[in-house]
Design a protein around this ligand. Structure first.
Ligand SMILES: Nc1ncnc2c1ncn2[C@@H]1O[C@H](COP(=O)(O)OP(=O)(O)OP(=O)(O)O)[C@@H](O)[C@H]1O
Length: 680
């Protein structure tokens, strides 16, 4: 006997009130014990087939207390828990569902028949170019398209595929998107004759196969969040597959890259000799990763094999251990040091040029000698440099570096290079490195990551979205010794945001290029629809604050908790935190500390700190002309290439902020809107 919970079952229990949830849990455990011990449920559960209105003859109902019902499917001694709800709603749900194996892959699929009828009707009214018409039905089914949807898929057009992809199983949408990107998509291996339709990787996205009593109890206690158990086949493949070298996982915002990084870390940590680093950009993100990893690795002995630390802290820790200079200069202090060196040397090169050259070439690459600088390519720099000028510039940089060394000071990139150099003479601290948010790593950080573990199988696993690069200019990974060719994969199912929010964010972002300067496809399928994002103009800051307060109150009144709502600003929020706190009479957190999740706090923070996080409702405050792009970010960008890069980073920053929202999005501006919001 098997009792298999489906993803739909867990989602349905989540929607019930606490008391009903408890009743359902007790009923399911009773059912489990009855089936396991005597092969049939006790009479009081009123286990029975549903009437003729149901499309699938395998559908059954079980009575929990009162009018609560559990809908399940029986086939021989396999029982699948599908749904739980009050009587009428449960029966209505059941009347529209069919559980059937895909005729080509053999994987079990749950189908919503009414949805098909609606989608097919909508699809066939269109007469534009059909996207998948040339593909044979059997090929489409081999990609995971349920038989009942084949017709709709063959009628999909560039205008309506988005809605269709929202209702197809994720694995099918993912493969169809890959076809649209021009990839050769190989079907998954089908279930062998006589094999188990629930064991196929496609089915594991929807059904939890291994169920003993403890496992079932955990599911019922809500200890399996969807992302912990129901991985998409592409995510599972990436998390579990042995790799011959560095891997790059890419995907636009909300496509589950962090989830894959967590599962990859948990998978590698099963090896008894593993010493693994799981890292991300900021302290907040590392804290969140650590919280989530514990869900995947409840056994402390396995968990101990993983160090979760943001790269800054790790580098600083190693620099201290290795007795390297680690007192880091702030940006303005770097400018001061450069000004002093220029003065000592007596150059006539403009300071803005020297600063840009230091930022783009010398510091990130850790250039220490004239020979290295002379040989360094200046591709992408707008201002050409003659040999004499180059030598003159180097004299300034050399003087500055000598000054820094003499006073035990350094900069972030130089520190990374020093630590990487020191590691070369020591045993590798880690057997594997899994890193998230790596689009923001420059040459220095990449070199450090590379130096942390030996080159070889399963060494580096890097998740990145080039569209979310907000700290660094584009930089080739290959030139930093990280070769992911043949080991690069894209995730295409967006689990976070509504289709409406994604559309706005994608339009703000525009085209994106990869680390190696190749165009990046950003096609994704969203799993749900939501309210249309709003843009609101105000004439004064005070009116804007009042508008924001009103919007937040509405969200809270509609049932959202304070921890599910966030406001993001381009500049530091300053006294706005206190003003919002007073207006709403709620605690407000700015994420400047450890970044731990506080469900009773509203979040008000910068767009930069929003990176990697998510909220049900997000307001972007003061996205006004003159504020975004930030004039400070564009300062010292006389070189057109620098200016273009800075503008692109500001645009990507807005994209990051917009894509933190799951359901509700408000963008406000005081006076004219940011030019990035001009979407026509
Ligand atoms: N297989 C899955 N099933 C259900 N939910 C998932 C799955 N994978 C990811 N999610 C959910 O989707 C949301 C986005 O996931 P995640 O943060 O991993 O995306 P991301 O690609 O790292 O996003 P970003 O680049 O914007 O930070 C999270 O709420 C996560 O729990």
């Amino acid at each position: 006997m098997r009792l298999i919970p489906a993803r739909t079952f867990q989602k349905s229990i989540d929607r019930l009130d606490a008391q009903s949830q408890q009743v359902i849990k007790t009923t399911v455990m009773d059912l489990y014990f009855d089936l396991a011990s005597q092969g049939k449920p006790r009479a009081s559960l009123r286990f029975h087939k549903l009437d003729r209105t149901v499309q699938d003859p395998g559908i059954r109902s079980v009575s929990a207390s009162g009018d609560l019902r559990v809908i399940l499917h029986q086939s021989g001694d396999t029982f699948v828990l599908l749904h739980a709800d009050h009587h009428d709603a449960a029966y209505d749900w059941a009347s529209r569902r069919r559980l059937q194996a895909n005729p080509v892959t053999g994987a079990m699929q749950l189908i919503d028949i009414e949805e098909i009828t609606q989608v097919v009707t909508r699809q066939v009214t269109h007469t534009q170019t059909f996207l998948f018409r040339e593909h044979e039905p059997s090929y489409l089914m081999s990609l995971g398209v349920p038989e009942a949807y084949v017709d709709a898929v063959r009628h999909a057009t560039t205008e309506n595929f988005d809605t269709l992809f929202g209702v197809l199983p994720d694995e099918a949408s993912d493969r169809l998107l890959a076809l649209m990107d021009g990839e050769l998509v190989l079907p998954p291996v089908p279930v062998p004759t006589g094999g188990d339709p629930y064991a196929h990787p496609d089915a594991q996205r929807h059904f939890r196969l291994t169920t003993d009593e403890r496992d079932l109890q955990q599911a019922l206690d809500g200890r399996w969040e969807e992302w912990t158990v129901f991985l998409h086949p592409a995510q599972r493949h990436l998390a579990e597959r042995a790799q011959s070298g560095p891997v790059r996982v890419t995907g636009s915002a909300g496509t589950g890259k962090t989830v894959v990084a967590l599962h990859r870390a948990a998978h590698l940590a099963q090896r008894p000799d593993a010493r693994l680093l799981l890292t991300s950009y900021s302290r907040t993100l590392a804290t969140r990763l650590a919280e989530k990893l514990t869900l995947l690795l409840p056994d402390p002995r396995t968990r101990e094999r993983v160090t979760v630390l943001n790269l800054h802290r790790l580098a600083l820790q190693l620099a201290r251990d290795f007795h390297l200079p680690h007192q880091q200069l702030r940006d303005d202090e770097v400018t001061g040091a450069l000004t002093r060196a220029a003065h000592t040397v007596g150059t006539d090169l403009p300071l803005s040029f020297l600063r840009a050259e230091w930022n783009a070439i010398i510091e990130p690459r850790g250039l220490r000698t004239w020979e290295d600088y002379r040989a360094a390519p200046r591709t992408g720099r707008g201002v050409p440099l003659g040999a004499r000028q180059r030598k003159a510039a180097w004299t300034v940089f050399e003087t500055m570096q000598a000054d820094l060394r003499a006073s035990g000071q350094t900069t972030w990139s130089l520190l990374c290079h020093d630590v990487a150099d020191a590691l070369a003479a020591r045993p590798f601290p880690f057997t594997h490195v899994v890193a998230d948010e790596t689009q923001d790593l420059g040459p220095a950080e990449l070199r450090l990551l590379r130096a942390l573990t030996a080159t070889g199988p399963d060494d580096l696993f890097l998740c990145a979205d080039p569209g979310q690069r907000i700290y660094r200019a584009r930089h080739s990974w290959l030139s930093s010794g990280i070769d992911v060719r043949g080991r690069s994969s894209r995730l295409r199912i967006n689990y976070r945001t509504s289709r409406e929010i994604r559309h706005v964010a994608d339009r703000v972002l525009g085209d994106v290029r990869s680390e190696e300067d190749l165009p990046e496809s950003r096609r994704t399928a969203n799993r749900f629809s939501g309210p249309v994002p709003q843009t609101q103009r105000y004439d004064t800051r005070a009116a804007e604050l009042a508008g924001l307060t009103h919007w937040i109150r509405d969200r809270l009144a509609s049932g959202l908790r304070p921890g599910e709502v966030a406001v993001f600003t381009r500049a530091r929020p300053g006294d706005r935190a206190a003003a919002l706190q007073a207006a709403l009479d709620l605690p407000v957190q700015t994420l400047e500390g450890d970044g731990a999740h506080r469900p009773d706090h509203l979040t008000l923070t910068t767009m930069h700190r929003a990176k990697g996080l998510e909220f049900r409702a997000v307001a972007i405050s003061d996205a006004s002309d003159g504020v975004l792009p930030s004039p400070t970010a564009l300062r010292d960008t006389e070189d057109p290439a620098d200016r273009e890069a800075a503008l692109q980073q500001e645009r990507q920053l807005l994209y990051v902020a917009l894509t933190r929202a799951r359901e509700h999005l408000l963008v406000t501006h005081v006076g004219e809107p940011s030019p990035f919001l001009d979407l026509n």
